[in-house]
Every structure is written in structure tokens, then in C-alpha cells.
Design a protein around this ligand. Structure first.
Ligand SMILES: C[S@@+](CC[C@H](N)C(=O)[O-])C[C@H]1O[C@@H](n2cnc3c(N)ncnc32)[C@H](O)[C@@H]1O
Length: 443
């Protein structure tokens, strides 16, 4: 099949080497609709996915340069519980990116950038599903976020389970030959009605709302069996995990042993416990993925190789699943226990009581109580926010991060993180809204 080609010539470059923006060629010149005010002031310690820290909070004010009456643009949004936020990783430091990356959950193993949520991608665009706490005039208030203060936001879209959850896609059901473990899909695709192997096929189950936080599974097809014996063995080990009545998921074992037993499910990672509170039909923001993975060590670093997909054991399973590689939820990185030294406990109480203790108001800007602050710190640390490099080579170093008005110092031991000190941040966090500046996303 002939691929679609960009119309006309390659994007024209200006004398300085910049690419001229053009909607036709996809070289967008974007203008942020606003700059996020977030409880996380720096990348260090900011959760890797929104679901890690349900207490995290942020505010986004729509800029008047976008709409004269920002509140008009938010009309009706208050009827949604969650929103997709599209944003620019403006603190990546550089625009270059690599085709293969080492996501922290893979602990040094490489995989293709497009199979990860790495911030370092050809277009530095992030996608976060956040809980919409409230709409107030021209501003929205969010919780469950993973973006730092000053992040340029490009767009807000309502989260609509009927459109965004694989189980709710209205597409015909394929046939699964259970005996031969083969799935024969009906011809269909996400967008254009053409079939392109398994990655574009999806079965449907637009039934009653699914249990909260449930990850749905895409049936895999025989044509995708790309790996050898090893992969097939791994694939055959695909499991259905029921960590609770509300969590149902399928993992294709990737060769890793789970380091932590019951780890966060993907549903939890993507949606988060906070997101489940008033949801009706929840799941993951993961699209079904092609195949599963096995880790094949190669010289210095292993790479994830695609393994054979697995046919779900029942038709019901097939109709209600999306597929993610096992490393996503069975990462070889443990969930950590978190503890506070008595000194840190005192620091936290002290920080919380600096506001207006008579009316029970804490000195935090985003958190509503000391308990919320503690919960956020625990959530951040239990997910082990260290880079793989730090985790492996700088185990003894102190780790610092800032959340809301708290500057946290901690260290990591075997399977735990200990908070040593919590001090008020010395500098207030400044907004970095560069006024009318534009962020160019041209390639
Ligand atoms: C792994 S990314 C995932 C973001 C988003 N949920 C996604 O999937 O596209 C989250 C990490 O990006 C980093 N980050 C957040 N905001 C950023 C920004 N404005 N610029 C650069 N890095 C940012 C933080 O270190 C955070 O832990």
C-alpha cells in the first residue's frame, strides 16, 4: 500500500533554518491556550503519570489573547469529570530525541519511543488525563496531574468514555478460534475503515458501564506472531489478574518477574484512584498495542522485542480487553514503602500550621491539609521518582523535590524511601508565561 505523502515540497525553511508553519504540511505554529499553575515546580519529583498522585493539583487560566471571553470557551466543560490536557514538554532542555528510549519502568531496557510516554519525542507533546475539579470563569482546576508549573497547554478536550475507551468502540466483533488460539478480525480500523493488521482492530462491548478502573483487552491475532519460541512461551503466560473486584487486566509476561507483587494496574496508572471517584465507565488511556514484549539482552542494554500475542481465553475476555506489554504493569521496579523521620513529621506539621491555624487553614497553596500534603509526598515517593541512573548508580545520594510549598529531602534504602526534612520553599514559584510568545511545533 502506498503511504500518504505530504502535499507539495518538504516544509520550507527560513534563512535561519526554522521551518515555516503551515497547517497543510502539519507544521503547526501553536499558541498555548494557557500556562499551568501546578503544585510541582520542577521535573524532579513530578509523578510520571497523573494517576500516581491523586492529591496533585493545578489550575489553568485560558489566556485572553486566545479568547476575549475565556469563560465562553469553557462553557459546558463542568459537565465532564475528566479532561485530556495536551501540552508542551517545555523543559525538555533540547529538541532532539532518540528512536529508542529507556523508560524508568524498564530499568535500563530500551524500547521504541512511540511505545512509551517519554517526554523526549519528535514533537514534545504530552497528553494527560486529569480530573476536572471545577470550572471557575475562565479557569479550570485540576487534580491528578503530572505536569510542572509553567507548562504551556495547547488544548483541553473532554474525556468521553464512549469514544476513548476501547471497550466502547462501536465496531463489529471478530471471531476467536479458541482451540487454535487465533483471532480473525472483521475488517475495520480506527479511522478509515481499512484493515492494517491487528493494531487497528478492536472489538466492541458497548454494554453496561464497566467496573471502575477496568483495563480492557484487545484480542490478538495470529498474523502478529512475529517472535520465536521464546516469545510464544511468554505469550502463553499471559495472565488475567484480578487484584480487586474493580480491577481486571491482562498482562503478557515479558520475561520480568514482578518485583512488587500486586503493583498498580495500568488502569490505576492511567486513570488514578482520584479519577475513579465520580466516574461512570472508566479505563485506561492506553490504545491497544501491537503484540507483547519479551526482553532480549543486547550488549549493554536489553531491548524489548515483540512477542506473540495471546488470544484471550473466552469471547467475553476478547470483547473487553486492551493489550499492553507486561512491563507496563509488571515493571522490574518495586513500589516503595514510605516513612517519615520524627523530625520530618514535625516539619510537616509546622509547615501546615503556618497558615491560619485558628480557621484550620494550612500554609499550602494547593493542598487543603497536612494530610493531603503527606499523601502527596507518599504517593510521589512510593512510585520511586528517581531516574534509572540515580536508582542504580547514586543509591546513597539524598533526593530533593518540591511539592506545593514543601521542599522535601529524603533518601532511599532497600525497598523504602525515608523523608528526612521538609522545609518551606524559599522562593515562591513564578509563572513563566512569556506573554505573547509562540511555541513552534514544526519538525
Ligand atoms: C513521563 S511524562 C508523561 C506525561 C503525560 N502523561 C504523557 O503521557 O504524555 C511525565 C514527566 O514529564 C516531566 N514533565 C512534566 N511537565 C513537563 C514539562 N512542562 N516539560 C518537561 N518535562 C515535563 C516530569 O518529569 C514528569 O514526571
Amino acid at each position: 500500500m502506498r503511504g500518504w505523502e505530504a502535499p507539495g515540497h518538504r516544509p520550507t525553511a527560513t534563512p535561519c533554518g526554522c521551518v515555516k508553519p503551515s497547517l497543510e504540511t502539519g507544521n503547526l505554529l501553536t499558541e498555548p491556550i494557557g500556562y499551568l499553575e501546578s503544585c510541582f515546580s520542577a521535573k524532579n519529583g513530578t509523578p510520571r503519570q497523573p494517576s500516581i498522585c491523586s492529591h496533585s493539583r493545578a489550575c489553568l487560566r485560558i489566556r485572553k489573547s486566545i479568547f476575549n471571553n475565556p469563560e465562553h470557551s469553557l462553557m459546558g466543560l463542568e459537565q465532564f469529570s475528566h479532561v485530556w490536557i495536551l501540552f508542551v514538554f517545555h523543559k525538555n532542555g533540547h529538541l532532539s530525541c532518540k528512536a529508542k528510549v529507556q523508560p524508568p519502568r524498564l530499568n535500563g531496557t530500551k524500547t521504541g519511543v512511540f511505545s512509551t510516554r517519554s517526554p523526549h519525542r519528535p514533537n514534545a507533546i504530552g497528553l494527560t488525563l486529569a480530573k476536572l475539579e471545577r470550572v471557575d470563569g475562565g479557569a479550570i482546576y485540576l487534580s491528578g496531574i503530572d505536569m510542572i508549573h509553567g507548562t504551556p497547554v495547547l488544548d483541553i478536550k473532554p474525556y468521553i468514555a464512549d469514544y476513548d475507551l476501547p471497550q466502547n468502540l462501536m465496531e463489529p466483533l471478530g471471531e476467536c478460534d479458541l482451540q487454535n488460539k487465533q483471532y480473525t478480525p472483521k475488517a475495520m480500523s480506527w479511522s478509515d475503515g481499512k484493515t492494517d493488521g491487528c493494531a487497528q482492530q478492536q472489538v466492541s462491548g458497548r454494554d453496561a458501564p464497566q467496573p471502575r478502573g477496568r483495563t480492557e483487552e484487545k484480542p490478538a491475532c495470529a498474523e502478529d506472531r512475529t517472535s520465536g519460541e521464546h516469545g510464544l512461551q511468554r505469550s502463553d503466560a499471559a495472565t488475567v489478574q484480578r487484584s480487586s473486584p474493580e480491577h481486571r487486566e491482562v498482562a503478557a509476561h515479558s520475561g520480568f518477574e514482578s518485583g512488587s507483587g500486586q503493583r498498580l494496574s495500568v488502569a490505576e496508572e492511567q486513570i488514578g484512584s482520584c479519577h475513579l471517584e465520580r466516574s461512570f465507565s472508566e479505563g485506561t488511556d492506553e490504545r491497544p498495542r501491537r503484540g507483547k514484549g519479551v526482553v532480549v539482552p543486547q550488549e549493554n542494554s536489553a531491548e524489548v522485542q515483540p512477542a506473540a500475542p495471546h488470544c484471550p481465553s473466552t469471547m467475553a475476555d476478547a470483547a473487553h480487553r486492551s493489550v499492553v506489554p507486561a512491563w507496563v504493569r509488571e515493571a522490574p521496579v518495586a513500589t516503595l514503602g514510605v516513612r517519615f523521620t520524627p523530625h520530618a513529621e514535625m516539619d510537616l506539621e509546622h509547615l501546615g500550621s503556618k497558615g491560619k491555624p485558628d480557621i484550620g487553614q494550612a500554609s499550602f497553596k494547593y493542598f487543603q491539609s497536612v494530610e493531603e500534603a503527606r499523601g502527596a509526598i507518599e504517593a510521589v515517593l512510593s512510585a520511586d521518582p528517581r531516574s534509572t541512573y540515580r536508582r542504580k548508580l547514586c543509591q546513597d545520594r539524598l533526593f530533593y523535590f518540591t511539592v506545593d510549598t514543601a521542599h522535601v529531602t529524603c533518601w532511599f534504602g532497600d525497598g523504602f524511601a525515608e523523608v528526612l526534612r521538609i522545609k518551606p520553599v524559599s522562593e515562591p514559584v513564578h509563572m513563566t508565561d512569556p506573554g505573547e510568545s509562540l511555541v513552534s511545533l514544526g519538525s
